[in-house]
Design a protein around this ligand. Structure first.
Ligand SMILES: Nc1ncnc2c1ncn2[C@@H]1O[C@H](COP(=O)(O)OP(=O)(O)OP(=O)(O)O)[C@@H](O)[C@H]1O
Ligand SMILES: [Mg+2]
Length: 480
């Protein structure tokens, strides 16, 4: 059964924007939560990655905004800066014909610039928790007319590291507010926390056999740590992804991996929480435009980012918890497209694999590492495709004389083989060294939250709470 957007009784302006965005029918999570959102109900919405949760909260949010009212009427909180920007862009598109003013506020951007933008009286603010609190304290953001609060990636936001921030933000919003929580994952303990500050929430969970979308092929490769990098490059050669994301365990890992990939002739750049915000944004922009083919990232890029054209996700280091796995691989296979996810597992990490599969309710297929020859064949295939396309589409007249001359001296197969060789990226075995990053021990729920606090603390609360967030867990605080 399909649901058209007309069925929700939305205003003409919204329908016009939705049409312009190319949405023809509502996705299942949209079909179920838009009516609830419009009725001012609290909702916990859980649906697989890439299935349109942003518009599921964005559409009712924008429908309800009164444009003639110059107060902030809704806030959306997101765990990372890039996600806050992306969500605000999607809301801007949905609100385009209604002339909704949306502003994103996040750490790493000049606060005075944000204060100036706030003076233009946005209707909706999208922000990261730390920066939102900064603005609340400075009274540059006032929340007394807010009707709706959205926590995107709610489970991440309600993880121990963020909960105090979220509580603080909510304490400035009228208690008559509507609270909307969305994520692809919602572990039970976190859901319990969530319910405490919601008002009789409706739980909308899209019935699906698996937590991950079926259109992502999922593989794992069991290999020793030291062989991982060679196998990664062989896979890149064999599979020649349009755009690929390689997830690494730590910031140092990401730096070393992107450097090593460049050394072997791939165009890769890294993104993690220690880079300047300008740099983070420029790397992401280059990746979206296809100027670089491989984005190497920590979990800072695991949640919510919607980059079309990502065909492959490689978990160079196995994710620490099943939720992180779900979100990382969900960067591909979005909006019905196909994708492939490959997870590297060292022999001592096999237990983590079982744990992931238990949560996703799906077995990964075992993949054999490709040989050098297979990698070369993969690259040759690309060359042959290029040649085919040139033969069929381009005018070669001015090259024919040279070809004829060559053919007087050598046989055609040899000449062509030389041309194919020249155009083919051969597997490169330039030695590279990566510092070993031992996996963190498997953690129980509580400890895990604590670790995340340090990680996120570093990402978002660096200045405000550095003393507190550094003390707890040296491994993750230092290295992610
Ligand atoms: N009804 C629709 N029809 C077609 N495309 C849609 C529709 N709704 C959303 N999309 C597109 O699908 C893509 C994924 O949407 P979105 O980022 O909201 O997914 P998500 O469910 O929030 O995923 P994640 O769990 O990774 O955050 C976006 O490019 C979005 O524009
Ligand atoms: Mg999302």
């Amino acid at each position: 059964m399909t649901t058209s957007f007309q069925q929700f009784g939305l205003s003409h302006d919204l329908l016009k924007s939705i049409k312009k965005m190319g949405f023809e029918e509502a996705t299942p999570i949209q079909a179920q939560t838009i009516p609830l959102g419009l009725q001012h109900k609290d909702v916990i919405g859980q649906a697989q990655t890439g299935t349109g949760k942003t518009a599921a909260f964005g559409i009712p949010l924008i429908e309800k905004v009164d444009v003639s009212n110059a107060f902030i009427q809704a806030i959306v909180v997101a765990p990372t800066r890039e996600l806050a920007i992306q969500v605000s862009e999607e809301l801007y598109k949905i609100g385009y014909h209604k002339r909704i003013r949306v502003l994103s506020v996040y750490g790493g951007q000049d606060i005075n610039r944000q204060i100036r933008a706030l003076k233009k009286r946005p209707h909706i603010i999208v922000g990261t928790p730390g920066r939102l609190i900064d603005h609340i304290k400075r009274k540059t953001v006032r929340l007394e007319y807010v009707q709706t609060v959205v926590l995107d990636e709610a489970d991440e936001m309600l993880n121990m590291g963020f909960i105090e921030d979220i509580e603080e933000i909510l304490s400035h919003v009228p208690s008559s507010r509507q609270t909307l929580l969305f994520s692809a994952t919602m572990p039970a303990p976190i859901k319990a926390i969530a319910e405490k500050f919601m008002n009789d929430p409706e739980h909308v969970k899209i019935k699906a056999k698996e937590v991950t979308v079926p259109n992502i092929q999922q593989y794992y490769l069991e290999i020793p740590e030291k062989k991982k990098f060679d196998v990664l490059t062989r896979l890149l050669d064999l599979q020649s992804p349009d755009l690929a994301i390689v997830f690494g365990r730590t910031k140092r890992r990401v730096d070393e991996l992107s450097e090593a990939l460049n050394l072997r002739g791939y165009s890769a750049e890294g993104i993690h929480g220690d880079l300047s915000q300008a740099r983070r944004l420029s790397v992401l922009k280059k990746f979206k435009e296809g100027t670089i083919d491989v984005l190497v990232a920590t979990d800072v890029a695991a949640r919510g980012l919607d980059i079309s054209g990502v065909t492959h996700v490689y978990n160079f280091d196995v994710p620490q918890d099943p939720e992180s796995y779900v979100h990382r691989i969900g960067r591909t296979g979005r909006a019905g497209k196909n994708g492939m996810a490959i997870t590297f597992i060292t022999p001592r990490e096999i237990g983590i694999l079982d744990n992931i599969e238990k949560t996703t309710k799906r077995k990964m297929d075992k993949m054999r590492p490709p040989t050098l020859n297979e990698a070369l064949e993969g690259q040759q295939k690309i060359t042959i495709e290029k040649i085919r396309s040139i033969v069929e589409n381009e005018n070669l007249t001015i090259y024919k004389k040279a070809a004829e001359e060559l053919l007087e001296q050598y046989d055609s197969v040899t000449v062509l083989a030389a041309a194919v060789k020249m155009m083919t990226k051969e597997p490169d075995t330039t030695p590279v060294t990566l510092t070993e990053e031992p996996p963190l021990p498997m953690k129980k729920e509580k400890k895990r939250s604590k670790l995340k606090r340090d990680f996120k603390g570093k990402e978002n609360k660096k200045k405000r709470q550095s003393a507190r967030s550094r003390g707890n867990h040296p491994i993750s605080a230092k290295s992610r």
